[in-house]
Write a new protein. Structure first.
Lengths: 338, 326
């Protein structure tokens, strides 16, 4: 376990705010989120589509197209430097080299008309200043490392000649080519079958140990991160609503949204008892300027205060933060979770 | 057993898609998407069909409804054989057996109003004579699936994913069917919406004593909603039985691997769990492996497995499995 001290902080994000100015109006995508990431820690960011989990990551890497996007505020310190204030050239040195990213759909994130070898060596040659032969050697090494059989002969193959799981391995090989200190994985297993998902999760765990890198794993699947993350952040409508150590979030979830999400999941290891407890309504419209708690319209514990004032993220203990007006501690562990 | 205890009977169903080559389209082989599956579904029962992508579960669902002409085998729905049905009978089968699709964005015509989408089956089957009666029925159906009936004149793009899936469900219900094939009805939806749609499907099943074939790759949801489960691999069913029986005592190594790969939202349990990580990918259904189709990836494979096709045996009460090593 890492001890929380600012020396170990790899990333410190505070009050990050991202908006998109569209013809329909302003989209309030990320509304002032703050969190830290320790060296070699694995953080899971969980939320449904549109909750701002991907946008917040793209924001800190300067990958939001502006306009229509706008980073409306906040800071994102990486090893002491603010990524949001950095110019493009400095950012180029960090992106892909120190912070690497893998995406959900390995088919659309690989160029279909370039060979795998060409695509992997491109990153290596740019960031590591290697010549062509050395870069090729390194590419073969990387592909073997991520478990692609017969790597040497596959460098000349095109993405369509690989299966979905293999393409994701290629993406991981590319991301790891410069041995980054942080890997951001944006729903890397969502498009894959469960057996392939298990392969990729095992691979990432192994590489994490070998490289000692930190990981931010973005997902909507509370199941996948249970066995993978050290700490979990739950996002809703552009806000962080809860943050805790992985065991805490599953055993003592405090925010009504987290509780409801966990209750809405059927379990493969349990016999069915009742109907699923569904969350009524739908996620909020991000075109409306938020006021009040974003979850209030769907919350079963809602009070009048919830509708008018947005609760701040407060610490319950040093590892657990939650944004909710309802006095959860009073309800104790009787929070509806079996 | 009495003939009509089963609503749906599938016997040795095969669906091969030809692979052609050259400008003369000569047949070069066949994608054996479904290669001899048999099962029955009782009235009011939900049978889950699970497997990885490309195992043929969607093709199976579509062939059972006669959307694809079967290559071989028989399907009967409520005593009517879909393979030999005359056009008139086929229309009656189509009224009784409908489908809910995976993608709520692609399965609704964007230029049609909700009213025309849902009343289409009413027109085809001539269930109501006048426009007014049809519109009233559309109102009723929309309320039934939890949407406001007054929205009947809107277009699909005005609805969210979950609402669109409800429109798809209303369309499937319009002709008063007794059997619905649900082809991954929730996999395109967010977690909080999935539970809503699953609960709706269950309510409707109780209300109209519907029979479901539930095709999915989410094994946790299948355990929740289905009475029985069939596990498919490369066009064949490798194991079938009562849900708790299959999930608690899986016999086939593929079912075991599949179940062990499903993540559990419980960190302590997940850490203790023993995972069976399968090597490699699903082989091509054009040239499926000889003998047991799972043998190249099977951790317990013996020489026999690559030679003989395993027999489909009842290992315990109503629990069927096809494996040499069991």
């Amino acid at each position: 376990m890492m001890v929380a001290s600012s020396k170990n902080k790899l990333i410190e994000i505070s009050d990050l705010m991202t908006r998109f100015h569209t013809p329909e109006g302003t989209v309030y995508a990320v509304n002032g989120i703050s969190y830290n990431l320790d060296v070699a820690e694995t953080l899971a960011v969980v939320g449904e589509s549109g909750c701002g989990k991907s946008v917040s990551m793209l924001s800190i890497l300067g990958l939001i197209p502006t306009p229509p996007g706008e980073i409306a505020g906040g800071t994102a310190f990486y090893k002491g430097n603010d990524l949001l204030k950095m110019n493009d050239i400095d950012l180029e040195h960090i992106r892909g080299k120190e912070i690497a990213m893998i995406f959900q759909d390995p088919m659309t994130s690989l160029n279909p008309v370039l060979t795998i070898g060409k695509q992997i060596t491109e990153a290596i040659r740019i960031h590591c200043n290697l010549d062509k032969n050395k870069a090729n050697k390194r590419a073969i090494e990387l592909l073997e490392w991520v478990g692609i059989p017969d790597a040497k002969n596959r460098l000349g193959d095109y993405p369509h000649q690989f299966s979905g799981g293999m393409r994701q391995r290629v993406m991981i090989a590319m991301a790891l080519s410069c041995e980054p200190s942080l890997l951001i994985a944006d729903e890397p297993t969502t498009a894959l079958d469960v057996t392939i998902q298990a392969q990729i999760v095992e691979l990432v765990k192994r590489l994490r140990e070998q490289l000692g890198m930190a990981i931010i794993w973005i997902t909507h699947d509370l199941g996948v991160v249970a066995g993978l993350a050290d700490r979990v952040i739950v996002m809703y409508a552009g806000y962080i609503v809860e943050e805790a150590k992985v065991d805490d979030i599953y055993e003592h979830p405090l925010h009504p949204y987290t509780i409801a999400l966990l209750n809405a999941l059927p379990r493969v290891d349990r016999r069915r008892e009742n109907r699923l407890k569904s969350i009524p309504g739908a996620p909020p419209n991000l075109l409306v300027e938020p006021h009040g708690c974003p979850f209030a319209p769907r919350c079963e514990f809602v009070t009048n205060q919830c509708r008018t004032e947005n609760p701040k993220l407060v610490s319950i203990n040093d590892q657990h933060r939650v944004a909710c007006w309802v006095n959860i501690l009073e309800r104790g562990n009787d929070n509806g979770r079996e | 057993m009495a003939e009509n205890e089963y609503l749906v009977q599938v016997r040795q169903l095969k669906k091969h898609f030809p692979v052609t080559k050259g400008i003369f389209q000569t047949k070069a082989g066949a994608v054996k998407a479904v290669d001899g599956i048999s099962f029955e579904i009782s009235r009011g029962e939900t049978l889950g069909l699970v497997g990885e992508s490309g195992c043929g579960k969607t093709t199976a669902g579509r062939t059972i409804l006669g959307l694809y002409q079967p290559t071989n085998g028989e399907v009967s729905i409520d005593g009517m054989n879909i393979c030999q049905a005359k056009p008139k009978e086929m229309l009656e089968i189509r009224r009784k057996a409908t489908m809910i699709f995976q993608d709520p964005f692609a399965s609704l015509n964007p230029r049609w109003t909700v009213n025309s989408i849902i009343s289409e089956p009413l027109k085809v089957h001539k269930i109501y004579k006048t426009e007014k009666e049809r519109t009233e029925r559309v109102f009723e159906l929309l309320n039934l699936v939890g949407l406001n009936g007054r929205l009947y004149n809107r277009f699909p793009h005005e609805f969210s994913g979950g609402q669109r899936q409800r429109i798809g469900i209303a369309r499937a219900l319009a002709s008063n069917p007794s059997f619905i094939v649900c082809d991954e009805p929730i996999s395109a939806l967010d977690v909080s919406i999935q539970a809503q749609v699953v609960n709706l499907l269950e309510e409707l099943q109780d209300k109209f004593s519907l029979t479901y074939l539930f095709i999915a790759h989410d094994l946790s949801m299948v355990r929740h909603i289905c009475d029985r489960v069939a596990v498919m691999y490369l066009g064949v069913i490798v194991e079938m039985g009562d849900r708790n029986e299959v999930y608690e005592n899986p016999y086939h190594p593929y079912s075991q691997a599949l179940l062990s790969a499903v993540p559990i939202p419980d960190p302590k349990k997940d850490r203790e769990r023993k995972r069976i990580i399968l090597m490699g990918d699903v082989p091509s259904p054009i040239n499926p492996p000889s003998g047991c189709r799972f043998h190249p990836r099977c951790p317990n494979a013996k020489p026999q497995c690559s030679e003989d096709t395993p027999e489909w045996r009842e290992i315990s009460d109503k629990h069927w499995v096809a494996c040499h090593q069991v």
